[in-house]
Design a protein around this ligand. Structure first.
Ligand code: COA
Length: 371
């Protein structure tokens, strides 16, 4: 006999509050990390300060920031054993998020204390995983191009080092600042799909690497982190400002989803998109290709007037990354380079107050069959 339930099944868990969390909050169009608005943090704080805030529930003093940086720096490079494993992974016709998912798992295999659940070792792994995520993404890009892996430089920010490890060229101060802000904007977002999957894995008291691997797999999907890459592919197809309005109207008429628009929680606009729009305007000008911002603006206006939908974090981040010369398929891995800090904040919070996630499913299959 199938069990039936009172009330509607909550597909997508839209109306479900699945845990308490003190990490980040969304109220209307206001996003805060640990009580500070995203606008304030993006303007006044570095990504490292934001990481400290997410993990420690307070902004760091100067000495606390120095300590955090030195712990991250200690873990920033890839050990020879890990590099040897990474070199065995295929890169041709492989999406970087698929590679990153495997590489993050390989990180666990080169950590003899991967399953140590002591508080002290959880913190060590938190630094290790966060610090190495950028090095892994950069290594993928270098390996697929047949170039040498570039080790990070001491005394530089995570934003600086990521761009340096990726390109082998030192970024200028403006590019470093814009990229640093992008990392801050993507760091956490309440109970988003990938943070939730990290928490679900954590709730079985699995190890922290497994939780991060689950989250990477979830972020990969086009309805979550994969949208930013699809935005730039769409802009490339549209090609000119003149084509933009008609192209989008046709897409909407064909019931296609326009990537980078809409949000499960924000119905009055995503505050991160507003910050990114300004950066998209200035960075596309700087790169000598302002048309990418101009096409984006026409799309933005058209989707708003035709469908009443506003851009989300993925829409303008695409043109910001494009202006920096970052390959399209690395946009979602870059999301992971930042969001790993939020995942780890969620993983630590889940361990502190754990109950295994185990919802029910309403059975709709056959009943009373006999062999
Ligand atoms: N383009 C066109 N229509 C969209 C849309 C988009 N980007 N996003 C939502 N809609 C429409 C849906 O088709 C649906 O219309 P309908 O009621 O006529 O069927 C309505 O708006 C509700 O959308 P729905 O997909 O049910 O909302 P959701 O809360 O389940 O999904 C997203 C939220 C983010 C998954 C969804 O907006 C989306 O797929 N966006 C594009 C992908 C994206 O940018 N993801 C990054 C999120 S940060």
């Amino acid at each position: 006999m199938a069990e039936t339930y009172d009330g509607a099944v909550d597909r997508g868990l839209e109306g479900v509050v699945a845990c308490t969390t003190a990490i980040s909050s969304i109220v209307d169009a206001t996003l805060t990390y640990r009580g500070y608005t995203i606008e304030d943090l993006a303007e006044k704080k570095s990504f490292e300060e934001v990481v400290y805030l997410l993990w420690n529930n307070k902004l760091p003093s100067d000495s606390e920031l120095t300590e955090l940086k030195s712990k991250l720096e200690k873990e920033a490079g890839l050990e020879p054993g890990l590099i040897a494993t990474l070199k065995t992974l295929p890169t041709e016709n492989v999406h970087p998020m698929a590679w990153l998912r495997t590489a993050a798992s390989a990180m666990a295999l080169s950590d003899s204390s991967a399953d140590d659940m002591s508080k002290e070792d959880l913190w060590r792994k938190t630094y290790r995983i966060t610090s190495k995520m950028g090095a892994l993404v950069a290594a993928f890009h270098r390996l697929r191009n047949g170039s040498e892996i570039v080790p990070p430089k001491a005394g530089k920010s995570m934003a600086w080092n990521f761009l340096y490890m990726l390109n082998g060229v030192e970024p200028d101060a403006e590019t470093e600042k814009v990229f640093d802000t992008c990392l801050t904007l993507h760091a956490d977002h309440e109970l988003n799909c990938s943070a939730f999957s990290a928490r679900v894995t954590t709730s079985s008291l699995s190890d922290v690497y497994s939780s991060v691997v689950s989250a990477i797999g979830t972020l990969k999907g086009p309805l979550h982190g994969g949208a930013n890459e699809q935005v730039m592919r769409m802009l490339k197809k549209i090609e000119t400002v003149e084509n933009a309005k008609e192209w989008i109207k046709n897409a909407l008429a064909n019931k296609e989803k326009v990537m980078g628009f809409g949000h499960r929680v924000y119905k009055n606009g995503d505050p991160r998109a507003k910050i990114l729009r300004k950066m998209s305007e200035s960075m596309t000008k700087k790169s000598g290709e302002p048309q990418w911002y101009e096409i984006s603006k026409v799309i933005d206006d058209t989707v708003q007037s035709e469908k009443g939908l506003l851009p989300n974090v993925d829409f303008y981040s695409a043109t910001v990354y494009y202006s920096m010369g970052i390959p399209l398929d690395l946009y979602t891995p870059i999301f992971a380079v930042s969001r790993v800090s939020g995942w780890l904040a969620h993983i630590l919070e889940q361990y502190e107050n754990n109950r295994i996630y185990r919802p029910r499913g309403e059975y709709t299959g056959h009943t009373h069959l006999k062999i």
